[in-house]
Design a protein around this ligand. Structure first.
Ligand SMILES: NC(=O)C1=CN([C@@H]2O[C@H](COP(=O)(O)OP(=O)(O)OC[C@H]3O[C@@H](n4cnc5c(N)ncnc54)[C@H](OP(=O)(O)O)[C@@H]3O)[C@@H](O)[C@H]2O)C=CC1
Ligand SMILES: CC[C@](O)(C(C)=O)C(=O)O
Ligand SMILES: [Mg+2]
Ligand SMILES: [Mg+2]
Length: 330
């Protein structure tokens, strides 16, 4: 049975009086640092000399120091730099500055699960992994809402690591939506599978395929963009709010009938079989190994793919159409 925690069980007291170092100030880092700060927690952001994030964090009113010094003065240290950069920074600047009984924290289990970071035996290790992008972790917190989080304990030296983890989840807003207890293994494998097969890889492939089929058939790219990309969020918002049936209640019966008739012709048993292969590659470490080697080789295929994807016609037409929507971020 899944164990869920909500605000009444996640006491901020477990974090009161403790100093937190947030290492990194990108998508998750800025959200954690600002949410913790506004929840009354003592936060220092840890970066490196010359980081482009440094000025942003200072402009937001936060204390900033280099990662090693931020770690040395903290009780709780959360690793919010890019996964692939964490092992080196950990060895050089974090590990030498950790003290027995400190809390080392992750927002994703990759480096612990695949053995890229091996923490000293005398520190507590836990994870608070928001199930949403960092910018949403911040905007939801500001609206009095929260993004659900997963919590997991890897090492518990002082006997209170789960309580500190739950307090951390509450301080970033996650306990408003719910905190699910899990393991580093489950979080790592489900997160990698989800982002590859469904949330990022699956969704973008589906949108591009729909766009391409309409444009090939001679329809205007602008029309194809509105249909296959822009409207996706509006449909997903309804699903997020009330499940599949609420979306189906809001769309026309014509759309609902088409949904039942066609959905399984698009995501077929063959697609599910491929999803099972993707999951296997995550579980047996094939993906992790490939991503580590890609970074060691200076990201040749990642960089080429990023450039190619940015030049896709759906990106070109979308950029122009979004210029007219003043409420969207530029
Ligand atoms: N992005 C997301 O929404 C989610 C991310 N996560 C996890 O959160 C963690 C952080 O990811 P994410 O927020 O995407 O990271 P980002 O790429 O957005 O941000 C990385 C930050 O780390 C800084 N940085 C890079 N190298 C160093 C270094 N050597 N020393 C100190 N700071 C450094 C960068 O500074 P600079 O500006 O100078 O580059 C930047 O501020 C990862 O473990 C990820 O898996 C989990 C859930 C969702
Ligand atoms: C879906 C991508 C994600 O796992 C996330 C925002 O939850 C990530 O790694 O950024
Ligand atoms: Mg995720
Ligand atoms: Mg992820």
């Amino acid at each position: 049975m899944a164990k869920m925690f909500y605000e009444n069980e996640c006491k901020l007291d477990a974090l009161q009086g403790k100093k937190v170092a947030v290492i990194g100030y990108g998508s998750q880092g800025h959200a954690h640092a600002l949410n913790l700060h506004e929840s009354g927690i003592d936060v220092t952001v840890g970066l490196y000399e010359g980081s482009k994030s440094w000025a942003k964090a200072e402009e937001a009113g936060l204390t900033v120091d280099i990662a090693g010094r931020a770690t040395a003065q903290a009780d709780v240290v959360i690793m919010l730099i890019n996964d692939e950069k964490q092992p080196q920074l950990f060895k050089e600047s974090i590990e030498p500055n950790l003290e027995a009984g400190n809390y080392l924290v992750f927002a994703h289990g990759f480096n612990i699960h695949y053995g890229q970071v091996v923490p000293p035996e005398d520190v507590n290790v836990f994870m608070v992994a928001p199930k949403g992008p960092g910018h949403t972790v911040r905007s939801q917190y500001q609206e009095g809402r929260g993004v659900p989080c997963l919590v997991a304990v890897h090492q518990d030296i002082t006997g209170d690591t789960l309580e500190v983890g739950l307090a951390y989840a509450a301080a970033i807003g996650g306990a408003r939506a719910g905190v699910l207890e899990t393991t580093f293994k489950e979080e790592t494998e489900t997160d990698l599978f989800g982002e590859q097969a469904v949330l990022c890889g699956g969704v973008t492939a589906l949108m591009k395929a729909g766009f391409e089929v309409l444009v090939e058939a001679g329809y205007q790219p602008e029309s194809a963009y509105f249909e296959c990309l822009h409207e996706m969020k509006l449909i997903i918002d309804l699903i997020n709010e009330g499940g599949l049936s609420y979306m189906r209640y809001s769309v026309s019966d014509t759309a609902e009938y088409g949904d039942y008739r066609v959905g399984e012709r698009i995501v077929t048993e063959e697609t599910k079989e491929e999803m099972r292969k993707v999951l296997k590659e995550v579980q047996d470490g094939t993906f992790a190994k490939e991503w580590i080697l890609e970074n060691q080789a200076n990201r040749p295929s990642f960089t080429a793919k990023r450039k190619m994807e940015a030049e896709h016609p759906v990106e070109i037409v979308g950029k122009d159409l979004r210029k007219m929507m003043s409420w969207l971020k530029k």
